[in-house]
Ligand binder design. Structure first.
Ligand code: ADP
Length: 392
């Protein structure tokens, strides 16, 4: 069983431990705290369970219990062998998934200040399940872990050494997505699996990762998931001096700045319309077009930066909601990256092919769907196989 818990939703999936593709079923409870809604579907899209709750009647604890009981009903007499969780921050300590015990949970709690908007929501279901079913092993899988092997310089801010030693450094995120993509390349794009590759994870959150030989050597997200690219509602990199100015001249406090950086900026802030790419593509408002143009411009610039870190570029891979579905964004990004040897094949891009670049181009471009839940399931099974406990 895999849980990916956010502030207002919990996504989940269930796998047969002998077979990770496809999941047995996937589901989500969304609008937790508001009018919560549960939906579970099998791999063909057939709805297996659906339920609504009145506004305010389901908190995160109750939602976790509801998911747990729904999964148990759906798998009937089969045992839950383990629960894998997406945990955004593993700090400097966790470079790999870990079996959770009280000590691990306490050390993950200490990382809450590093990811205050995500980490508490990731950890809460771990506690709920530990109380409800203490005999079931739980495993934490980190968004930061895949980046822990980056070269030393890629992990540093040019800040005083004592602050680096205190943990103020670049961590990088979306690691489960990048690790999944790296694991898929030998099958879907063998000619680039060991090459110099930039992966563009473009969803509501967005970042780029430079892969060399399937390992992360640099990424656009740093200390927090607010860094780097422009996103749905996050600004990405802005001059730190601009933030100081807002504090000085606009008297903005920490929470106000947090709201500005995480919730009011990005596609939403620039367009004034929506954080959702589909809505912006459908709009005729020039502000929507400018928001998309800036989104693309930032991707192109940061792709150049990661190509520099790689010493050249052999391939660009698109993934996540926008990367997998928005052919126009892919075309615009590739047009901006032509100087890197990337040439789009329009027909392939529109047809939804895996490879979307023209034959003979110096660098190739690909679309590879991501699957963070499957990555968590595979990690969880591996951790449990290394230290098995009897099933419930
Ligand atoms: P999250 O980071 O929350 O997991 P997703 O990976 O689901 O987000 O990506 C959400 C983004 O993907 C939204 O901006 C949405 O508009 C965009 N998206 C999803 N489907 C399409 C589509 N068919 N065309 C264009 N954009 C799409």
């Amino acid at each position: 069983m895999v849980l990916n818990a956010g502030s207002s939703s919990i996504k989940f999936a269930t796998y047969d431990i002998r077979q990770f593709d496809p999941a047995l079923f996937r589901g989500e409870i969304e609008k937790i705290g508001l009018a919560a809604h549960l939906r579970v579907a099998d791999p063909r899209g057939e709805i297996l369970a659906e339920r609504n709750w009145p506004a305010g009647s389901l908190d995160q604890n109750a939602a976790t219990r509801q998911i747990f009981s729904t999964i148990r009903e759906l798998i009937r007499e089969k045992p839950v062998l383990g629960v894998g969780h997406r945990v955004v921050h593993g700090g400097t300590e966790y470079a790999a998934p870990v079996r959770i015990d009280a000590g691990v949970l306490a050390s993950l709690e200490e990382l809450v200040p590093l990811a205050p908007l995500h980490q508490p929501h990731n950890l809460a279901p771990i506690r709920t399940i530990a109380e409800a079913a203490p005999q079931i092993p739980q495993v934490a899988c980190f968004d930061t872990a895949f980046h822990r092997g980056q070269p030393h310089l890629a992990q540093l801010f040019p800040l005083p050494r004592r602050l680096t030693e205190a943990g103020i450094r670049r961590y990088g995120f979306h690691g489960l997505s990048y690790e999944y993509i790296a694991s898929r390349l030998p099958a879907v794009a063998p000619e680039i699996a060991t090459a110099r590759v930039v992966v563009a994870h473009l969803g509501n959150g967005a970042s780029l990762c430079a892969l060399q030989g399937g390992r992360s050597i640099a990424s656009t997200m740093g200390f927090t998931a607010a860094d780097g690219l422009m996103m749905g509602t996050r600004c990405g990199s802005v001059d730190p001096g601009a933030l100081l100015y807002l504090m000085d001249e606009y008297k903005m406090g920490v929470r106000e700045l947090e709201d500005l950086i995480y919730r009011q900026s990005g596609l939403l802030g620039v367009s004034g319309i929506s954080s959702d790419m589909r809505t912006l593509r459908a709009s005729r408002d020039p502000a929507a077009a400018e928001a998309i143009a800036l989104f693309v411009y930032r991707i192109v610039r940061e792709t150049g930066s990661l190509a520099a870190a790689l010493g050249g570029l052999d391939a660009l891979v698109f993934t996540a909601g926008i990367g997998e579905n928005d052919a126009a964004t892919r075309a615009e990004v590739l047009a901006g990256c032509r100087w890197l040897g990337l040439v789009l094949d329009d027909a392939r891009n529109l047809a939804g092919s895996a490879r979307i670049s023209a034959d003979g181009a110096a660098a190739s471009a690909w679309v590879v769907p991501t699957d963070e839940e499957q990555m968590i399931a595979r990690h969880t099974a591996a951790v449990l196989a290394a230290a098995p406990t009897p099933p419930e």
